[in-house]
Design a protein around this ligand. Structure first.
Ligand code: CA
Length: 225
């Protein structure tokens, strides 16, 4: 799951990035309005949530929100701002934001609101399963044939992406975009390392891997049918 943060105060941006990365999100940060809009437009379909500061150098969060909504009606947008009058909140929501959080805010509250928005935006269930693997996004658990398995955050995100797209080939470039962030240096071998880690935890000796390699393209988890 990938989040864009548009925030010019480095302290807040870093705090958010660290916290969200710990929760398993891939995070991109823009420190001014124009860069924020650029990133949003470059990867519009990749972001699961966009966090927007209101007062930004270059272009205001309001303008960014308006521009995003011209192209994309559904990506959840949350304003994070010190502007705190009722008029500000109403104006922000009318511009097309889904939620509005006044600074200073608690990280726990922000995280809860992000989760609510992602749930609303989700058309499918929060449980994904295939080939004996069952992943519960809300409980953050994975079992294989009812045995619980522990994963690191990145492993969990990668498996989630493969399971969400089960039956389809997940291209390496798409995996990078969705599970890692823009600072990822496109060293493709990192994906292989993580795929191997997943296989080690999920595969059974003498049986074919639950993750199929599609040579030169990417990876795939088959459906049960
Ligand atoms: Ca600001």
């Amino acid at each position: 799951m990938r989040i864009l943060i548009v925030e010019d105060e480095a302290f807040i941006a870093n705090f958010l990035r660290d916290g969200l990365e710990e929760e398993g999100f891939a995070v991109d940060v823009a420190d001014n309005g124009k860069k924020g809009l650029q990133l949003a437009f470059d990867s519009m379909d990749e972001y699961d949530v966009i966090l927007l500061d209101w007062m930004l150098p270059g272009m205001s969060g309001i303008e960014i929100c308006r521009n995003i909504r011209l192209e994309n009606k559904t990506v959840p947008i949350i304003f994070l701002t010190a502007k705190d009058t009722v008029d500000d909140v109403v104006f922000g929501l009318k511009t097309g934001a889904n939620d509005y959080i006044r600074k200073p805010f608690s990280f726990e509250e922000l995280l809860a609101r992000i989760q609510v928005l992602m749930r609303k935006n989700e058309t499918e269930s929060v449980v994904f399963s295939a080939l004996g693997i069952e992943m519960n996004i809300e409980k953050h658990t994975v079992t294989k044939n009812s045995r619980q398995i522990e994963f690191t955050q990145k492993e969990f995100s990668l498996l989630e992406y493969l399971l969400r797209n089960k039956g389809k080939v997940c291209r390496r470039t798409r995996i990078i975009e969705k599970v890692w962030d823009i600072h990822f240096d496109y060293d493709n071998s990192v994906i292989d390392v993580y795929i191997n880690a997943l296989r080690k935890k999920l595969d059974e000796p003498g049986k074919p891997s639950v993750i199929t390699t599609v040579r030169g393209v990417g990876y795939k988890i088959e459906t049960d049918e």
